[in-house]
Write a protein that binds this ligand. Structure first.
Ligand SMILES: NC(=O)c1ccc[n+]([C@@H]2O[C@H](COP(=O)([O-])OP(=O)(O)OC[C@H]3O[C@@H](n4cnc5c(N)ncnc54)[C@H](O)[C@@H]3O)[C@@H](O)[C@H]2O)c1
Length: 346
C-alpha cells in the first residue's frame, strides 16, 4: 500500500512497525505530532480485517489525540499504538514485555496508556520494561470521574449558550449509557436538580439509576426519541447519523462518547437542525487532562491541577459555540480549527 499517500496519513512525524516473532507481537505505533510534548495515546488490541485497516486506525486515532490535547492546551502531543490481534488471542506477558521494549526504543516520544483490551495489570508489566506508561492506578488512576466532571461543565456551558439558563434545575437530560462516565454524569445532573431519562443494555445499571436517582428508564433504542432538552451520549461512537439525527428531540447534544459524528457532514446536519453539538473531544478531555497531571518520573499526580484545567472545558466550549454562531459554521469544524491554532501557539 501507499503510506505517505494514505488518506489518514497527514503530517505524521513517525510511524513505527514493530514485530517480535518469539512473542508474536505485531504492533503499529503512530506518532502524529510532538510539538506540544510527548505523543500520548492509549494502546489497543484489535483483530483488524487486514493490515491496511490497522494502519488507518493508528493514523486516525493518533491524529485525534493531537487535536484533543492541543485543544485542552496540554503539554502533550498525539500518538496511538495498535496491537494486531484480539487481547484474548494474542496478549501474553512475553508480548507485553516485547511491547514495553519497543516503546523504550522510541525514547519517550510516545507514551502509552489504557485502551481497548488493555488493563491496569497489563500496563504494570509494560512499565517493567519502560517508564513511558501513563494512567496507572498508583498515579492518576481511573480517569472516568474527571471525564464526567468535564462533561458536566461542558453540558452546562451548552445549556447556557442554547437555552440561556445558568442552572439545570428542572431540565431533562437523556443519558445513553450508564457506565463509568455516564453514571457519574447522571449523579451530577441529579444533584444539580436535573431530571433523568436513561438507557443502557445493562438492566442492573438502569435499575440502580431508577432507584437511586429517580431516573425514568427507556428502551435502548427509544432514547433517541425521548423528549429532553439535552441528549448525553455516553456509550457508543457514530451515534449521530442519518438514522438518529431526525429522531432526536433535544436542542443540546453533550456527552462523553468518542467519535459521536458518524461522518464529518453530520456536524453540518446538526447545525441545520439547530441542535447545539458539544464536540466530543472538547467535552470529554477530562481523562487526558487527568493523565497530563501525572509526573511519570516521580510517580506522583497533581489532582488539584487537573481539576483546575478541567474547569476550563467550560471556557473552551463557550468559545467554540460563540465562534460557530458568528461564522455560521458547525461546532465540530470550529473545534478542529481551534485545536490547530492551539497546536501552533507558543
Ligand atoms: N472513561 C473515560 O475517562 C473516557 C474518556 C473519554 C471518552 N470516553 C468515552 O465515553 C464513553 C463511555 O466511557 P465509559 O468509560 O463510561 O465506558 P463504560 O464501558 O464504563 O460504559 C459504557 C456503557 O454503555 C453501555 N452501552 C453499551 N451499548 C449501549 C447501547 N447500545 N445503548 C445504551 N448503552 C449502551 C454499556 O453497557 C456501559 O454501561 C465511551 O465512548 C468512551 O470512549 C471515556
Amino acid at each position: 500500500m501507499s503510506v505517505f499517500g494514505a488518506q489518514d496519513y497527514r503530517d505524521h512525524e513517525q510511524v513505527a512497525f514493530v514485530s517480535e516473532p518469539e512473542s508474536g507481537l505485531k504492533a503499529i505505533i503512530a506518532i502524529h505530532n510532538t510539538r506540544r510534548g510527548p505523543a500520548l495515546g492509549g494502546c489497543r488490541f484489535w483483530k483488524y480485517p487486514n493490515e491496511d485497516a490497522a494502519i488507518a486506525d493508528a493514523l486516525r486515532l493518533s491524529r485525534g489525540m493531537t487535536y484533543k490535547s492541543a485543544l485542552a492546551r496540554l503539554p502533550l502531543g498525539g500518538g496511538k499504538c495498535v496491537v494486531l490481534g484480539s487481547a484474548a488471542e494474542v496478549k501474553t506477558e512475553a508480548l507485553l514485555r516485547a511491547l514495553g521494549r519497543a516503546l523504550e526504543r522510541l525514547g519517550g516520544h510516545y507514551v502509552t496508556a489504557e485502551d481497548i483490551g488493555v488493563k491496569p495489570s497489563d500496563l504494570r508489566i509494560v512499565r517493567e520494561e519502560t517508564a513511558h506508561v501513563a494512567g496507572l492506578p498508583e498515579t492518576s488512576g481511573d480517569p472516568s470521574p474527571v471525564t464526567a466532571l468535564g462533561v458536566f461543565y461542558g453540558l452546562r456551558a451548552a445549556v447556557r449558550h442554547r437555552l440561556g439558563l445558568d442552572s439545570l434545575e428542572g431540565l431533562t437530560v437523556a443519558v445513553q449509557g450508564l457506565g463509568a462516565v455516564g453514571r457519574s454524569l447522571a449523579d451530577q445532573i441529579a444533584a444539580a436538580g436535573g431530571k433523568l431519562i436513561v438507557a443502557d443494555i445493562r438492566e442492573d445499571a438502569v435499575q440502580k439509576a431508577v432507584q437511586e436517582l429517580g431516573a425514568e428508564a427507556v428502551h435502548v433504542d427509544a432514547i433517541y426519541d425521548t423528549l429532553a432538552e439535552v441528549f448525553a451520549p455516553c456509550a457508543l461512537g457514530a451515534i449521530l447519523n442519518d438514522e438518529t439525527i431526525p429522531r432526536l428531540q433535544s436542542s443540546v447534544i453533550a456527552g462523553s462518547a468518542n467519535n459521536q459524528l458518524a461522518e464529518g457532514r453530520h456536524g453540518i446536519v446538526l447545525r441545520q437542525q439547530k441542535m447545539l453539538y458539544a464536540p466530543d473531544y472538547a467535552i470529554n478531555a477530562g481523562g487526558i487532562i487527568n493523565i497530563a497531571h501525572e509526573d511519570r518520573a516521580a510517580g506522583t499526580y497533581d489532582k488539584a491541577g487537573a481539576l483546575e484545567v478541567v474547569g476550563r472545558i467550560d471556557d473552551t466550549l463557550a468559545e467554540i459555540f460563540t465562534r460557530a454562531d458568528a461564522t455560521d459554521t458547525p461546532t465540530s469544524v470550529i473545534a478542529d480549527a481551534m485545536a490547530e491554532e492551539r497546536l501552533y501557539e507558543d
